[in-house]
Design a protein around this ligand. Structure first.
Ligand SMILES: [Zn+2]
Length: 203
């Protein structure tokens, strides 16, 4: 099975599978071995359908060129939805946060996925995030809800965005109380997240 990857060729299929599984978030080598054995035991019911789903997803799913959401259509379903409110853009760090907000059903505007937060420590600068694209897409009169983590990086990113958007005539707000210090949106329960969204305040 030549896949052009030289180091994969020297490993057995099982080793390759375990090594790849170990790269998933939350899975170390030990749990990757368990996951591999679990898959092999359930070849028909799990492993083959999973392989098919992965191949289809790799083929079809693309980041939306407008907002960064993932979908099989461009622009994504949220950007295309005529029922959603164009006057509000919710700026989130990652897709997990977008999904968390969508789960609450409390937000009916558009989104912008930054792809992370600014972090000098991790060497993540503005050019590594979709900030230019955000600055380019905002329109005067819009409200931008900065739904960023209550972390140093989240605050740094919010202040940088405020600077970059100073002349854009947009209104910047941020999520209110309920977001714990150092907390990430994805871990909040729906009620807390909805309350934080509804009680948002000016940045
Ligand atoms: Zn989109």
């Amino acid at each position: 099975m030549g896949d052009g990857n030289g180091c994969v060729g020297t490993l057995s299929e099982l080793d390759t599978l375990i090594q790849l599984l170990a790269k998933l978030p939350g899975l170390g080598p030990r749990s990757a071995r368990r996951a591999a054995l679990h898959l092999i035991k359930r070849r028909e019911s799990l492993m083959t359908p999973l392989a098919t789903a992965l191949a289809r997803a790799a083929e079809a799913i693309r980041p939306c060129p407008n907002c960064g959401n993932l979908d099989t259509v461009e622009p994504c379903a949220i950007c295309r939805d005529p029922e959603r409110d164009d006057s509000t853009i919710c700026v989130v760090e990652n897709l997990a946060d977008l999904w968390a907000l969508e789960r609450t059903g409390a937000f009916r505007g558009r989104y912008h996925v930054l792809g992370g937060t600014l972090s000098a420590l991790d060497g993540i600068g503005p050019e590594d995030l979709t900030i230019d694209r955000l600055v380019a897409r905002v329109e005067a009169g819009q409200e931008l809800i900065l739904a960023l983590s209550a972390t140093v990086e989240g605050h740094t990113t919010a202040h940088y965005l405020a600077d970059r958007l100073a002349n854009s005539e947009v209104r910047l707000t941020r999520l209110a109380q309920g977001v714990p210090i150092g907390g990430e949106l994805d871990y909040l329960d729906d009620g807390t997240l909805t309350a934080a969204l509804n009680a948002r305040r000016a940045l």
